[in-house]
Design a protein around this ligand. Structure first.
Ligand SMILES: [Mg+2]
Length: 329
């Protein structure tokens, strides 16, 4: 397996999904697909609207840099990288990350600084941890939890970070020409959230089991089913019931991204075109699903024209190489 290729593919996949999703954030899929008959053609004619990635890719880059600096996840260095993000400056940040990291910058310890957000702001930045700790699940769980808890104290955020990191770790070893066992995949991602008695984690496991049983569902029916899965009042959006509008709650975003990925295991391009056009939190659905797809398909299966859309793509490729080098130590 060409792991270096997969490391680069994961980081680029995040950035591509994020970049493609930015222009459509907050729209339902029915509105998004009104712009085009063929998304491929639409990108060619409108690449000027895909100008930038957002906070998802920025915080993924800072997580990767923290690992490279420390040779793993170390609290102080990770926090330092998060604080550096404030000077990037943040692009389209979520409340959970911004409010907590501003407090970290004021010197408030993370246990007090973390917001109680259950949002997807930690699952979206976790891919470097999935790559780096792919052969050590206990360390992966610990690192994913710390990365998440520093900004989000809600159990859904922590669980989502673990699920995405373990998805990436699993797929890193799989050859896209050979496929993998869906059963083994679900066992792996459920296993990382089975070691704590928590009502939200148990609910997440039930939802993942339900997802595994419904993978043959039509794409649109599935998106409607999972778009707000697990979302509780007052966050549930009644007016968007039965619409393709991926909610920014961690569980619903992660489940929608997994659903789209698992239904499109034959092509990176096919997969990455659906993720950021699914409606709702399109950039983060794109980033999370893009990181997962990137770890499976690798750099060599990503079309050149999609890489060309990414701002700083050369730096991201270099970062993937460096993260891979550090992982060999
Ligand atoms: Mg974003």
């Amino acid at each position: 397996m060409d792991f270096k290729d997969k490391f680069i593919g994961t980081l680029l996949g995040t950035a591509i999904g994020d970049t493609l999703g930015v222009p459509f954030e907050g729209q339902i899929r029915e509105q998004v697909i009104r712009y085009f008959d063929d998304f491929d053609e639409f990108i060619d004619k409108n690449h000027n609207i895909f100008r930038t990635y957002s906070d998802d890719t920025q915080l993924t880059i800072h997580t990767a840099k923290a690992i490279i600096r420390a040779g793993g996840i170390e609290e102080e260095i990770l926090i330092d990288e998060f604080i550096k993000w404030l000077n990037d400056p943040p692009i389209g940040p979520g409340f959970g990350c911004l409010s907590s990291i501003r407090k970290l910058a004021e010197g408030i310890p993370w246990k007090s600084a973390a917001s109680n957000s259950g949002g997807n702001g930690t699952a979206m930045r976790i891919s470097p941890i999935g790559l780096f700790y792919s052969n050590n699940i206990e360390q992966l769980k610990k690192a994913a939890s710390l990365n998440s808890n520093i900004t989000h104290s809600h159990p859904a955020a922590e669980a989502g970070a673990r699920v995405v990191a373990s998805s990436i770790a699993f797929l890193l070893y799989k050859d896209p020409n050979k496929g993998f066992s869906i059963n083994e995949f679900f066992q792996t991602i459920i296993n990382v959230i089975s070691d704590k008695k928590d009502r939200i984690w148990e609910e997440f496991i039930e939802i993942l089991n339900d997802l595994q049983n419904n993978l043959d569902m039509d794409l649109i029916d599935g998106l409607k089913k999972y778009a707000q899965i697990g979302v509780k009042p007052p966050f549930y959006i009644k007016s968007l019931e039965n619409k393709c509008f991926v909610h920014p709650y961690t569980i619903s975003t992660v489940v929608c991204a997994l659903f789209i990925f698992l239904k499109n295991l034959d092509s990176f391009k096919k997969c990455i075109y659906i993720l950021p056009t699914a409606g709702g939190d399109t950039d983060t659905c794109g980033a999370i699903g893009g990181s997962i797809a990137g770890s499976y398909f690798g750099f060599k299966n990503i079309p050149e024209k999609l890489i060309a859309l990414v701002q700083n793509s050369k730096e991201i490729i270099q970062l993937g190489k460096e993260l891979y080098q550090v992982s060999l130590r």
